[in-house]
Design a binder for this molecule. Structure first.
Ligand SMILES: [Zn+2]
Length: 420
């Protein structure tokens, strides 16, 4: 009798949607919205999908559901399920990306920029992803084939797969600088006096997965060996890595899983090697959404040694963004503006290399305006408003070309940089 009961229970578990065998599946659940639940949900790193008719819809996995059970938060499971990705075949067509650039389309765009402007643009493959896609950087400068003693700056896009607009802004920056080089003397001067490095897609495997399989994918495509996939690349950098379990997670199924060790992922290693080889005076990592400019620290709430400088640069960038079509990007320390993060790109770049570093969370402003989704029609305006801020920071890099980055002395504040 006991044996039959065990078999029976096992059968129930196997067919139950919440048995760990189902671990690759993602459910959309709905929860009735009220202030107490909201407060609890905020602390759980959940993946909010939308809010509708007094209900919050959330993308969850088994471990999220267990947490909800622990917190006694009732939920209903909606009917969608998302299978794990079994193939890494490169797809060119059939995605839902529309005007947003896929991996292949970005590769083609970079190649085309290099081919059209060989004197000022050069593509470098700086690494290879887990599924063997290129991590490509484009360098833009005069004498592009040689390393000159000019202000160097780095722009990064798409650490997080579903943040498609974060590919467009750095990619279109590359296009803007090269397309206008021959006709706009200001742009020519900018490019001639700086070395601009742009990596539009840090996480190509994740981006492809988001386009062809599951739009809401965030992490890379690491097979964690326990039925779960993905490391959060923006928690995998080697500064205060795993500082606490609030700013990142040791749990492989979490959306903010930091990986087995710092720089365990080839994608973050590629950025590490690039930064180590160069002398960047500033760094921007694009994400979305929230419309904020964030700067270190993320791992703790206190200020960095160059907090005044980071504040001033963010404020200046925010003003330039707002001047384009009036959209307001708030700015501030990452930890106090958004939430705690550890092992992110900007804390690492500042903490290890003393590089003034910013995370720009692109539009929309909140989940009700679309969250991770931007319409194709918004690409142009988001790119346009971000160009002057990027140009401003390039000018800052040029001004500081000879300076040794340091957290121990007061950097000069950028009041000299002209308004544009
Ligand atoms: Zn992100």
């Amino acid at each position: 009798m006991k044996k039959i009961l065990v078999i029976f229970s096992l059968a129930i578990l196997l067919f139950s949607p919440s048995f760990p065998q189902d671990i690759g599946n993602w459910d959309i659940i709905s929860i009735n919205k009220n202030p107490q639940t909201l407060e609890k949900l905020r602390k759980m790193h959940l993946d909010f999908l939308m809010e509708k008719d007094g209900k919050i819809y959330i993308v969850t996995n088994i471990s999220d559901l267990l947490k909800l059970n622990q917190e006694n938060i009732p939920y209903s499971i909606e009917t969608f399920k998302f299978p794990p990705f079994k193939t890494n075949a490169a797809s060119i067509q059939g995605g839902i990306n529309g005007s947003f650039h896929s991996y292949k389309e970005t590769e083609q765009e970079l190649a085309s920029i290099e081919e059209t402007y060989p004197k000022i643009a050069k593509v470098h493959v700086i690494g290879t992803s887990l599924e063997e896609r290129n991590i490509s950087a484009i360098k833009i400068s005069d004498q592009v084939g040689s390393e000159e003693n000019e202000g160097e700056i780095l722009f990064l896009g798409c650490h997080h797969a579903r943040e498609w607009i974060s590919v467009e802004v750095p990619l279109m920056l590359a296009k803007f600088l090269t397309d206008n080089y021959n006709t706009d003397p200001d742009i020519k001067a900018l490019v001639d006096n700086s070395e601009i490095w742009i990596v539009p897609i840090v996480n190509p495997d994740g981006l492809e997965y988001s386009i062809y399989v599951y739009r809401y994918w965030r992490k890379n495509r690491r097979d964690n060996g326990d039925g779960t996939y993905g490391v959060d690349l923006n928690r995998n950098y080697a500064f205060k890595w795993g500082f606490d379990n609030q700013g990142s997670s040791p749990d492989s199924i979490s959306q903010v899983f930091r990986g087995q060790s710092p720089f365990s992922e080839p994608e973050t290693q590629a950025i590490h090697e690039l930064v180590a080889k160069h002398d960047f005076k500033a760094l921007v990592s694009y994400h979305n959404f929230s419309q904020v400019i964030l700067y270190p620290w993320g791992y703790k709430t206190g200020p960095s040694q160059i907090d005044d400088l980071l504040y001033t640069l963010s404020q200046a960038m925010s003003e330039r963004i707002q001047a384009v079509h009036g959209r307001i990007y708030d700015y501030g320390r990452a930890s106090s503006t958004l939430y705690l993060t550890n092992g992110d790109t900007t804390d690492w770049a500042l903490g290890v290399y003393a590089i003034p570093s910013f995370t720009i969370e692109l539009p929309p402003i909140d989940i009700l305006q679309g969250g991770f989704f931007n319409s194709e029609g918004d690409i142009q305006s988001i790119v346009a408003e971000n160009l002057p801020a990027a140009i401003y920071l390039i000018e800052w890099a040029i001004q500081n070309a000879g300076e040794k980055p340091s957290l121990n002395h007061k950097n000069k504040l950028p009041s000299e940089i002209r308004k544009k």
